[in-house]
Design a protein around this ligand. Sequence first.
Ligand code: GDP
Ligand code: CA
Length: 300
Amino acid sequence: MLSGGVGGARFARGLKAALGPDELTIIGNVGDDLEVLGLAVSPDLDSILYTLAGLSDDERGWGRAGETWNALAAAAEWGGEDWFRIGDLDLGLHLVRTRALREGASLSEVTARLVAEAGLRVELLPASDDPLRTHVVTPAGTFSFQEWFVARGHVDEVDAVVFDGAHSARPAPRVRDALAEADAILIAPSNPFVSIGPILAVPGLRESIEQRRVRCVGVSPLIGGRAVKGPADRMLSRMGGGTTPAHVAACYEGLVDKLVIDEADAPAEAPVELVVAQTLMTDGAAAQRLAEVVLENACV
Ligand code: GDP
Ligand code: CA
């Protein structure tokens, strides 16, 4: 499964429930990664980790449940940056990851350790261990992903997305093998431009999926043409020409055999077969039902 943060994490929770232990491999986006107060933060990998471990704050939609913000408030009092919100519980993870990276571990090694510490029987692979950073080109200028998303509240329309470092980024260990060995490849209901796009920008990964011998099924992140949360609908309108299932499918042309869309989206002509389902993952049971529909359509 290719995954961004929140939409991907919700879908991953459903897949984990629908599959047996060690059957799920997740390839996660690292284009949003950043350094905050000297700490290495990987927001999308962390959303997946927290959600699968049952630690996420489902109401807020990101970060950990029961979070407090003392460390960040204190950092701000001492003149530190506080535009990117890191809670006290979240901080613990970033300390451990940053220390391990400084000692020479790769991001995929650290991530595997964190998954094991959480007692999870899934494989969570960063798309790349090399720096790959998403930037958005807007009428107000070009911004790093988090500067645009968090600091500017993604108010600016996006004309283009660029992935700094992508040309020299190598797939992390296991990523190409995981794609080659998979019984099915799934694309989560994540933002096609800034969550799945950076994964596909790692040289070789798009080709790995194009050359698949198994099915690839995607899930649309739009319901009734609108994003459940975030800027995916606006980005599709401006960069993809519209928000119908056909426009979502066009983002994955040559990559998916089927696209699962919500009942609210009228089936339209699309370059791939459309499967209609309830795609709003209101809770774990809804996520599992969606995962089961996707697996039925993906496994032959
Ligand atoms: P991010 O990295 O945290 O932005 O997360 P993703 O890119 O993985 O997910 C963001 C996308 O998830 C948004 O476009 C949402 O519309 C979509 N999304 C969130 N929850 C749901 C849901 O329950 N169902 C569907 N179909 N999409 C969802
Ligand atoms: Ca993200």
